[in-house]
Ligand binder design. Sequence first.
Ligand code: NAD
Length: 517
Amino acid sequence: MPTIAQQFGMEEALAQLGVKAINDGTSTGNEWFSNGELIESYSPVDGQLIGKVRATTAADYERVMESATKAFKTFRTMPAPQRGEIVRQFGNKLRELKEPLGKLVSYEMGKSLQEGYGEVQEMIDICDFAVGLSRQLNGQTIPSERPKHVMREQWHSIGVVGIISAFNFPVAVWSWNTALAWICGDVCVWKASEKAPLCSIACQNIIAGILKDNNLPEGISCIINGDYKVGEMMTTDVRIPLISATGSTRMGRIVGTTVAQRFGKSLLELGGNNAIIITPTADLKVVVPGAVFGAVGTAGQRCTSTRRLIIHESVYDKVRDAIVGAYKQLTIGNPLDQKNHIGPLIDKDAVNTYLAAIEKAKAEGGKVLVDGGVLSGEGYESGCYVKPAIIEAENHFEIVQHETFAPVLYLMKYSGDVENAIDLQNGVAQGLSSAIMTNDLKEAEKFLSFSGSDCGIANVNIGTSGAEIGGAFGGEKETGGGRESGSDAWKIYMRRQTNTVNYSDELPLAQGIKFDL
Ligand code: NAD
């Protein structure tokens, strides 16, 4: 019987990506070195060891920073459209390697193969976006109040960008940051998640080849590996003006404070507690797939996963029955096999957190509609496969107020106007993604208005998860306030400078102030 890895050609995929059994986890591009302990990467799909990555030590980190700070001085002088050309080549290489990289994402992280490919597609999309943007890093000309004066705004490269990423998007988050940072003239140091380190080796190999082919120096793309202590080397380092950190709110609180203390900038992409409001006019054909995919896709391990359904009492029974019915059709198993809807959680700690959440919800008075539990037996040997659960709950329950990074969906009722549902939707500490299902224009517009959803993402007749790269991505409140990817998110990777030029023969002061000598 072939193993899952053999069945899906993992050996070939790893070879194509240059991922070995034991890898150095520190790199400045084409140079690899590392003197720390070995991190073992086990697949949550079948519990098998995929490979090992040597962690970064303080001395390794110093070598990376020397290389990165040196590279920045030359990279920023390269015209932005030429930097865009590098990113274009990177996107093309990703097109060629979409299959092996998508497989590695799926096997190392546990998301479905389709989602693994989707994640690589997001990388390609952001590269395309960044290429166009490399000719549009425009400042403005501003009318001056003084005669024969010109005011303008320019955007300059910021320096070394530190990227800290979460396990659940082990490659896309890196590219959302790097594609933009590179066209902006910055160099990047990436600390990957210790739960998916092999993905970082693969990504670095891809970009290193491009940089070499273009005779670019070491230091433009660097990776470091290890746990939070390696992350701290960057957050405390004054040589890094911007830290982009994706992960839990717990992590963001520490990282945000540390970076702020040294007056660095941080871009925080943290946890969500996303809800869909289902109104009386909602179309069940849209509601059911939107809510079910949102809640169980990636086994509930997306920052935008649907955690709460806020359903109008007049349609509550009908919606509840339809969702519970749909859950009965879900198949759980090997995510590389396309017949399965749900793969594993990342590890056994995540399984324990999931089990504890269900117990807590019950203890607080929640009513279980679809029971959870851990699957065992053939195909579930990793111990990371769980059943998605649905629990009737109240918004104020402590457990509902927290993000549980697993497929646990809370159903709750609202009565009266949509404003009551919006209050519930906003009545949590997080503010990432939100949605309303309605065919009532007024309800939709209220939801999107200044007194509507308080989230960074607010959708109508679409679920909470699955954003496109063209929009700015991120959320408010405990989600951290950062925005990355599309729209004008590029501005965080640059520093703004206001220039005033006097082409007269006098020196008039602003605000009409006189200073005669
Ligand atoms: P995590 O917070 O445990 O770890 C994320 C990263 O932060 C890891 O690389 C980790 O090593 C590092 N880290 C942790 N503590 C640190 C510290 N004190 N200093 C420096 N680095 C530190 O998160 P996770 O379990 O990998 O990912 C799941 C979480 O990420 C969820 O809360 C999810 O909502 C969130 N997430 C948010 C977004 C978003 O865009 N808003 C996207 C993906 C994931």
